[in-house]
Design a protein around this ligand. Structure first.
Ligand code: ATR
Length: 272
């Protein structure tokens, strides 16, 4: 019997995780199976329990269950505890270890795949929801000169700033007050792209040679990446690299083997 893993979410039909993990296991010759599980909004805990009873060894957790996954974990890694969100579960006898590999995936994509230094740079993180919270600690670990969190509801950005101030240099703002400031790396962690919208970033925030990173991805450039391009950002990246890297981190946790991500990113990226 191959070892059993799954991604759980709602919706889940379009998840690329089964494809990614199938590639990883083929590449590293692991005897495992990875499936997608749809759970109703109030059926997460039961679905996880059933999966464990069937011998499941671990799960990826996606929208809207990351918070609940945090609650059912019997032990949390520091990065998951700080993020208050879990995207990876490891089942080990009675223990449920909850981890969050999203931030590590983002940082690995920026630093290794895109060859962009975070240390000493001015970083702007747009958004103050779960996605932003999940990546704050790994970003701060790279010691940017300043990490500014901007959000439509400025109070939420301010709360995150206070909560994370012990981990590095961090500021908060609304979008309008960013006028006149320049950033080397601008990361969109809002869900605005989902509805084809764009946070109201003032013109001129992209420094020369800057990187614009959208944690979302889709066909073609997202509204944010289009804006960044018009504003002179020279490097544009969507969330496909992060998606594959967070999956690789989960795979490593489960199997102790690090798969190669580059061919999988290339496989998922639509032909341009
Ligand atoms: P997620 O888990 O994806 O982060 P979330 O916790 O609901 O989802 O947070 C969504 C984030 O996207 C928030 O920062 C939200 O801003 P507000 O806190 O002001 O609501 C941001 N967001 C969503 N749509 C947006 C839009 N059209 N313009 C700007 N920000 C937007």
């Amino acid at each position: 019997m191959p070892d059993l893993y799954a991604v759980i979410g709602n919706p889940i039909a379009h998840s690329k995780s089964p494809l990614i993990h199938a590639e990883f296991s083929r590449q590293t010759d692991q005897d495992m199976r990875y499936e997608a599980i749809f759970a109703p909004p109030d059926g997460f805990a039961i679905a996880v329990a059933t999966f464990r009873q069937c011998g499941g060894k671990g799960m990826n957790v996606t929208v809207p269950f990351k918070l609940e996954a945090c609650k059912i974990s019997t032990r949390l890694t520091e990065r998951a505890a700080v993020a208050q969100a879990v995207n990876t579960l490891v089942f080990d006898n009675d223990e449920i270890l909850g981890d969050n590999t999203d931030g590590a995936g983002l940082v690995r994509d920026i630093v290794i795949n895109l060859d962009f230094v975070i240390t000493g740079k001015r970083v702007l993180l747009m958004g103050a929801g779960g996605a932003a919270r999940g990546v704050l600690l790994p970003l701060l670990e790279h010691q940017p000169q300043m990490l500014t969190i901007a959000n439509r509801t400025a109070q939420k950005a301010h709360e995150l700033q206070q909560q994370f101030s012990a981990y590095g240099s961090i500021a908060s703002s609304n979008y309008a007050d960013l006028a006149g400031q320049r950033f080397d790396i601008v990361i969109n962690a809002t869900s605005a792209s989902l509805s084809g919208e764009l946070p109201s970033l003032p013109a001129g925030v992209f420094a020369a040679e800057s990187l614009a990173y959208d944690m979302m991805y889709g066909n073609g450039l997202t509204p944010f990446l289009q804006f960044a391009q018009q504003q002179g950002a020279t490097h544009l990246a969507d969330g496909i690299g992060m998606l594959v890297e967070q999956a690789a981190e989960s795979f490593f946790l489960w199997r102790g083997v690090r798969p190669e991500t580059e061919p999988v990113i290339a496989m998922l990226r639509p032909e341009t």
